[in-house]
Design a protein around this ligand. Structure first.
Ligand code: MEV
Length: 346
């Protein structure tokens, strides 16, 4: 692992803001938890975290654009019960866990104002928990005079997800820390990350519906079916692993029709694993009917987001309108090349 780099040693800041992008998994979610490769791409929607020191020792988390409007959460860390008081899996629990981990690694106390803003729906399968965790880690480290590498932030981001949701392949944290598109694999505690370059050549829409279950629960559903029908489910996971490698070749040779076909196959296999819902199926079908070359659920599933690949920008507009007419949120997404960024220090 690359080491943590101290920036401007001794320079302790009073206010730092950092941001990290969301992501879409193009291929391989769920199977990645079982050591298969996945292709994931950071997108042009971000979560911003601003940390400012307070001198009364309290930790105040503002979630203006997230969950209930205008919520202000004051956490009494000395009381010891604050983590349990939060809904496990809520945006605040990722921020709090990230701050806890960062203060252990970089020192300092948690007397802070935390302001969080998101330009994408939270908990929609677009990597918002990873983006929030990684941006919070980067901001806190900078507050204390450190600038950790992307590799270190991805690793810590995974630790936060494991602590909050019980398990994580680390794929989302890597995607939002690095930016761009990557082939990700997590084998025996080791993350393998390979940068891929096709992101600017694909045209993607996202459709979104409310989630029925968070990622932690959909991962548990797959684990149950894996235990019950082991030899069958192993074949499904193997097939996903195979198609990810085929999709990589299709993406790198601009075989967009092939990419679409493989997305449809990947979606069918995710359906087989039991993580789709009727609404997700509706978005998938509406997108294909409007001209998408392929569409699949992206992320943990059980509601959440569907990614659709389009042959051109006119089709992108048709797909977005068709999904909206069907009653869902939809928007176009492009690749984010920057990953986690520090935005300001004082
Ligand atoms: C969630 O975005 C992706 C999953 O594969 C879980 C994980 O990788 O930890 C469902």
């Amino acid at each position: 692992m690359e080491t943590l780099k101290a920036i401007g040693v001794g320079v302790i800041h009073v206010r730092v803001s950092a941001s990290a992008p969301g992501k879409i998994t193009l291929f391989g979610e769920h199977a990645v938890v079982y050591g298969k490769p996945a292709i994931v791409m950071a997108i042009n929607r971000r979560i911003r975290v601003e940390l400012s020191r307070r001198n009364d020792g309290r930790l105040v988390i503002d979630l203006p654009d997230i969950s209930v409007k205008g919520v202000r959460l004051t956490v009494n860390l000395a009381g010891g019960s604050s983590m349990e008081a939060l809904d496990s899996g809520s945006a605040a629990s990722y921020a709090l866990q990230a701050l806890k981990l960062a203060s252990e690694k970089f020192g300092g106390d948690l007397g802070l104002d935390v302001k969080i803003e998101s330009s994408m729906p939270v908990g929609a399968g677009l990597g918002t928990s990873a983006a929030l965790s990684v941006a919070t880690l980067a901001a806190y480290a900078a507050l204390q005079g450190f600038e950790p590498t992307r590799e270190a932030l991805a690793k810590m981001g995974r630790e936060v997800e494991v602590a909050v949701q019980g398990s994580s392949s680390g794929m989302d944290a890597a995607a939002v820390a690095y930016g761009g598109a990557i082939l990700y694999r997590h084998v025996k505690g080791d993350a393998q990350i390979e940068r891929l370059s096709f992101g600017e050549r694909i045209i993607l829409a996202v459709g979104y519906t409310e989630r029925v279950l968070p990622t932690s629960e959909s991962v548990k559903l797959v684990s149950k079916i894996f235990s019950k029908h082991n030899s069958t489910v192993i074949r499904v996971l193997d097939a996903i692993g195979e198609l990810v490698l085929e999709a990589r070749r299709a993406l790198e040779t601009d075989d967009i029709k092939g990419v679409g076909e493989l997305m449809n196959i990947n979606h069918g296999l995710l359906y087989a694993l039991g993580v789709s819902t009727p609404r997700v199926e509706q978005i998938v079908q509406v997108a294909r009917g409007a001209g998408a070359l392929g569409s699949k659920l992206t992320g943990g599933g059980m509601g959440g987001s569907v990614v659709c690949i389009c042959p051109d920008n006119n089709t992108l507009e048709s797909v977005v309108s068709a999904i909206r007419i069907a009653g869902y949120t939809a928007f176009g997404v492009t690749e984010d090349r920057y990953g986690v960024m520090l935005e300001g220090k004082s």
